[in-house]
Design a protein around this ligand. Structure first.
Ligand code: HEM
Length: 164
């Protein structure tokens, strides 16, 4: 909400997408009826999905994930990690790394639409946030990543358009 208020053009584009793709909103416009965005409307909202992704890129709720402990000595890309080392993965820093992200500090949901093919409406484009792209790990990665990822995303995706 704070980033939307600081970037009014993003909020306006998001509101336009929501109002033009939600049949119930269109039907109740001008009438004194409840206006509710339903789950089935969300597949027509790629910009909403991009806004959620951009928010999780800049503000991952678990910025250091959950700490790992190495069980054996290992070498990761030349970095020697002895057994018994506590490791923190800094997802916050990964999401703001200029080596991975153009204008990394700016709130630009469009970055997730750029690679999207025309006519594709289901989801915002890559990078993926489910643990396959190590530049973007709001839900962690590997065997101990977040098991609530789909529940978490679904909750945000139904709440935000209704507020908007
Ligand atoms: C936007 C919402 C959420 C975010 C951003 C989030 C993020 C995370 C992160 C970063 C981790 C650590 C993953 C790792 O270290 O690789 C985690 C773990 C976990 N999350 Fe979530 N989470 C969310 C929602 C949920 C929900 C809704 C549930 C349950 C209903 C849930 C249950 C868990 C559990 C049980 C773990 C520990 C998994 C393990 O250690 O094996 N999370 N979450």
């Amino acid at each position: 909400m704070a980033d939307l208020m600081l970037n009014r053009h993003v909020m306006a584009r998001l509101q336009t997408e929501i109002r033009t793709t939600t049949p119930l909103l269109l039907a109740s416009a001008g009438k004194n009826q409840d206006m509710v965005v339903m789950e089935e409307d969300l597949s027509k909202m790629p910009y909403l999905k991009a806004v959620v992704k951009e928010t999780l890129r800049l503000h991952p709720p678990g910025p250091l994930l959950i700490p790992r402990l190495s069980t054996t000595d290992c070498d990761i890309n030349g970095c020697w990690i002895p057994a018994g080392t506590r490791i923190f993965v800094n997802a916050w820093a990964l999401g703001r790394d200029p080596a991975s992200w153009d204008r990394a500090e700016e709130f630009m949901p469009e970055r997730f639409l750029e690679q999207e093919g025309s006519g594709s409406e289901a989801a915002a484009a890559a990078p993926d946030m489910k643990g396959t792209d190590f530049a973007f790990l709001p839900f962690g990665a590997g065997r101990r990543n977040c098991p609530g990822i789909n529940f978490g995303i679904a909750t945000i995706e139904i709440m935000l358009p209704n507020l908007m």
